[in-house]
Write a protein that binds this ligand. Structure first.
Ligand code: 3H9
Length: 695
């Protein structure tokens, strides 16, 4: 018996326990072990029922994703499930932790399911650009009905055990040891002579829907809309439909075929890259197991503006009491009012109960005066982006913050080392760069200063994870990783306007590429005045944007920016006045205008970002190319199915990216477009960014 699967006896019950740390992924060896164990239990006449459970932190959490780049091998998960399903004695899955994907599909192939409290069950394949490939699209709707199944499969979000019980996905929730609970349940099934209930034979929850095909369209419509650009959602909807229209075995065959097709495609490869890159980002050189994160029992956020309020909400959402500090009662009242409004809006959408809103609000302590940081273990400064103001705040923090406190700055551009120098404890200072809206966006750039202590960094990372963010460590430079690359894109977007494109051409090229918004619609949303002020401070100029600001066009808030907005609408409408201004500016500057193909627009915007990303890697500002990809996907809406800018470059092939950049450099005369040394070297060696050491 392979070491990963144990078969033992408890009287007339066979107990099969899988043990493949860390998450009991359904690897080739595990599948082989399961076939062996189930065959023996099936053929042993003295065994009357079988319990399947897992050792460690979770029941099987899915297929082994590391096998997805190799050809499939037998026995497949389908073989395992078909064997279990066909056994003529009760098979009980006793699940705990996170039975996900292929793991849940194995449980669905069993005749009964019990779960430990706290279990989260789901089919997250869609998040990997896939559909369930071992019967999930066929068995889940039979068991829980189409609406619930569609929601689980198309969002990929798991459901808690008590919801699973209510939906009929599990038969019982068992307290205490899960294996003992599974055995007790199996004995009950035998004592009560319960008939075997094969999920494949169920039809009670689907029959009504079959008679009303329109109802199916309604159930899936909203999900299809959200899956713009992705192949997997449409494929999953098609597969769910087979549960109504196609015989079970034929539906399984088609599901498998679709799964394998998606698995081999670029979208799934990109999403797998991001799955592993997110986990890689958590590994930081110099932060071994000996470096312990400090516990954060209380936090303080300085500044109750949009960013500060959103950051404070992140703490409260994770159950951490937070002092929200402002300079005046008025500003405080305004900030707390917006926070309450946000929570009420979430409650109105059904995202929180009224009681939960009350619990969250109770965690806020709105106060004035920086001396109020005295009780906090972590302080996040989110005041106006101005070095003098930040310095004043940190000088005060040095006086009032507890000696053990982490002092974090939410600066987007400024020098974290210079900020740290204003204190007598630079080792306690770290950047925690949140993205707007801070309570929604998952990215957190954790900026490691020259003197940031390992414990400080570890604490910022641990808190980031606790509040539901994807933290990525970056080094100090102007704009860190994300905004520095964004700047390369913005410069180019403006240049495209001068050379012949219009805002709507640029924006639609990028939304077609997969971004949720183009750069000009985005600027209008954020407010043009913010970057205008920053440019003025640096003595820089953006021809078109500056003229718009000088004309009082600050974007959505003034109903005019790069576009026009009707009262109360956020829909951008092209404005002939802006077009005239752009054309006149090109003329004044002596730039000949010409038409642009969409692909050229995309390349002109995305390739300079990749080039800047390569420089960021050369300078060690980012540890790995995958970190940059994670930053762009979670902070800037880069389409996940393209795997992030650096992975996208590898997919296109670096020689192509290098040659195009060299052509842009000649065309525009901008030396920033000269391909970065790292990019040039990798391209000439026939390598990609993904081949670089992982740091
Ligand atoms: C599928 O099942 C297809 C089927 O429908 C069809 C089959 C034919 N494989 O996340 P963590 C590694 S598709 C390989 O930090 P947590 C992970 O890389 C799959 N490795 O832990 C990490 O390694 P390292 C459907 C995996 O406690 C380590 O385990 N299932 C897999 O925060 C710890 O992971 C999923 O999509 C895997 N399946 O979260 C579930 N899973 O330490 C994917 C994890 O070297 N997994 N690893 O960096 C998860 O969502 C989370 O890992 C889980 C635990 C919630 C389970």
């Amino acid at each position: 018996m392979p070491g990963q699967v144990e078969l033992r006896r408890d009287g007339n019950i066979a107990v099969i326990v899988v043990d493949n740390p860390p998450v009991n992924a359904l690897s080739h060896d595990l599948r082989t072990g399961l076939i062996d164990a189930f065959t023996r239990a099936r053929d042993d006449a003295t065994v009357e029922a079988i319990v399947l459970a897992a050792a460690g932190r979770t029941f099987i959490a899915g297929a082994d994703i590391t096998e997805f780049d190799k050809p499939p091998t037998v026995p497949t998960s389908m073989d395992v499930i078909a064997l279990i399903d066909g056994i003529g004695k009760p098979v009980v899955a006793a699940v705990h932790g996170t039975p996900l994907g292929g793991g849940l599909e194995v449980a669905l192939g069993c005749h009964f399911r019990v779960a430990a409290p706290g279990t989260k069950l789901g089919l997250p394949e869609i998040k990997l650009g896939l559909i369930p490939g071992a019967g999930g699209t066929q068995r889940l709707p039979r068991l829980v009905g189409m609406e619930k199944a569609a929601q689980m499969i198309l969002t990929g979000n798991p459901i808690p055990a008590k919801d699973a019980l209510a939906a009929g996905l599990v038969d019982e929730i068992v307290e205490g040891d899960i294996v003992a609970g599974g055995i007790a349940f199996a004995r009950k099934v035998l004592a009560e002579k319960r008939p075997l209930r094969r999920v494949r034979d169920r039809d009670d929850k689907l029959a009504a829907l079959r008679a009303d095909p329109k109802a199916f369209e309604e159930i899936v419509a909203a999900h299809l809309k959200r899956g713009r650009g992705l192949h997997a959602p449409a494929a999953a909807i098609k597969a769910l439909r087979w549960a109504l229209d196609v015989p079970f075995d034929e539906a399984l065959r088609r599901e498998r075929e679709t799964f394998l097709e998606l698995r081999g495609g670029d979208q799934a490869k990109s999403q797998r890259h991001i799955f592993f890159a997110e986990r890689e980002a958590a590994k930081v050189p110099g932060l071994g197991p000996d470096v312990k994160a400090r516990e954060i029992r209380r936090a303080a956020v300085i500044g109750a503006g949009t960013m500060g309020g959103g950051i404070a909400m992140c703490f409260a959402n994770a159950g951490i009491p937070v002092a929200l500090i402002e300079t005046s009662e008025d500003a405080l009242k305004r900030g707390l009012g917006i926070i309450e409004k946000n929570y009420r809006a979430t409650a109105a959408r059904g995202g929180l109960t009224e009681a939960q809103v009350g619990e969250r609000l109770a965690l806020f302590n709105g106060v004035t005066g920086l001396d109020q940081v005295a009780g906090a273990d972590m302080i996040v400064e989110a005041v106006f982006e101005d070095m003098d103001i930040k310095r004043q705040v940190f000088e005060a923090l040095d006086r009032f913050a507890p000696a053990h406190a982490v002092l974090a700055t939410n600066t987007s551009y400024l020098d974290v080392d210079a900020i740290a120098q204003t204190t007598k404890r630079p080792a306690a200072v770290v950047g925690m760069h949140f993205f707007s809206p801070a309570n929604v966006m998952r990215l957190l750039e954790v900026v490691r200063g020259a003197q940031t202590a390992p414990e400080t960094l570890a604490t910022a990372l641990a808190v980031g994870r606790k509040i539901g963010k994807v933290p990525v460590v970056v080094g100090v430079c102007h704009g860190f990783v994300g905004n520095r690359m964004l700047r390369a894109r913005s410069v180019e977007a403006e240049r495209l306007l001068l050379e012949g494109a219009l805002p709507q051409d640029v924006d639609s090229a990028l939304t077609d590429f997969g971004f949720p918004m183009g750069p000009f619609a985005m600027s209008d949303l954020a407010g043009l005045d913010i970057s205008w002020r920053m440019r003025k401070a640096q003595g820089a100029r953006a021809e078109i944007a500056d003229q718009l600001c000088e004309a009082g066009r600050f974007g959505q808030k003034t109903q005019k920016g790069f576009y026009l907005y009707e009262q109360g609408s956020r829909t951008p409408r092209p404005d002939p006045e802006v077009e005239a201004l752009i054309v006149a500016t090109s003329k004044r500057l002596g730039i000949a205008r010409r038409p642009f193909e969409r692909q050229e627009i995309v390349e002109r915007l995305v390739f300079p970002m990749i080039n800047e990303g390569a420089r960021i890697l050369e300078e060690g500002i980012a540890l790995r190319a995958g970190d940059i990809d994670v930053i762009w996907i979670h902070g800037y809406g880069f389409p996940v199915w393209r795997g992030g800018p650096m992975f996208h470059a590898d997919t296109l092939g670096l020689p192509y990216v290098r040659d195009r950049l060299a052509a842009f450099a000649r065309q525009t005369g901008d030396p920033r477009h000269e391909p970065a040394a790292l990019l040039t070297r990798l391209a000439s060696e026939g390598r990609g960014f993904g081949s670089l050491p992982k740091g």
